[in-house]
Design a protein around this ligand. Sequence first.
Ligand SMILES: Cc1cc2nc3c(=O)[nH]c(=O)nc-3n(C[C@H](O)[C@H](O)[C@H](O)COP(=O)(O)O)c2cc1C
Length: 266
Amino acid sequence: MEAFNNIKNRRSVRTFLKTPFRQETEDFIKEYLEDLKTETGPFSHTLNISTIDIEDGKKVGTYGIIKNPQKYIAATVVNTIEGLMDFGYLFEKMILDFNIKKIGTCWMAGTFKRTDFSHMTFNENDVLPAVTPIGYFENRRFFENLMRKAAKSDMRLPYETLFFNENFETPMAEHQALEAVRLGPSASNKQPWRILVKEDTYHLYLEENVKYNNTLSFKMQYLDMGIAMYHLEVALKEMEIEKTWIKENPNVSVPNENYIYVVSYK
Ligand SMILES: Cc1cc2nc3c(=O)[nH]c(=O)nc-3n(C[C@H](O)[C@H](O)[C@H](O)COP(=O)(O)O)c2cc1C
């Protein structure tokens, strides 16, 4: 239950404690990022990742939403659909591992100024899709709760609109690994992941919000798909089910033209 519970307990943290990181936390983060740099996602990409110190009192273009972060973590990846999915997968792995250590995070792909991170080295085809503030946090402060309500952060779409059994007309019965996907964070909490379970294979689709997905210079909703991949994989592993990621489009008819087949866990 540890991985599932951790997924269940994670929340985006936007108000941090002012407490500076203890040395052991600094060391943990440094080592974690060194290791993460050597890891590849399911599509074989690595992240160019580092911590960014922020000047005292400087807001990283977040319009005052993020309070008291100790630092930021930023990363770049090649700007392709598979690159972005690997980014989602690896960055979310870090976010969940940090949650276990009581280090708060918040995925940010929209509400920050990319120029604040312009000193990160980039290759021509790379992009900096997201950053996260980090710091210690207290569970659910009053202000944070108000924000969460306003943003409908705890809201998730009903199970039967997300997960399907053999075809898109039949909803799946409740299932812990699918619940782990449902609880995941997503850009603007749009929850664009859909899963068709067919003969024990999990086929992942994106129900794309075409306008939204094309507002930035990269297709943000593929970050959500990478996050869903990671959640599905760890939750199934915890149930001792291990599969591999492959492209194997089941070519079934989909509910509308915004459904895009992405990848399968078989
Ligand atoms: C790819 C991605 C981008 C996000 N971008 C932002 C952002 O720019 N600013 C922000 O405040 N939250 C951002 N979020 C956080 C979501 O709003 C949040 O995950 C969602 O509302 C669900 O809330 P929860 O993470 O607390 O479960 C982003 C999340 C994801 C996955």
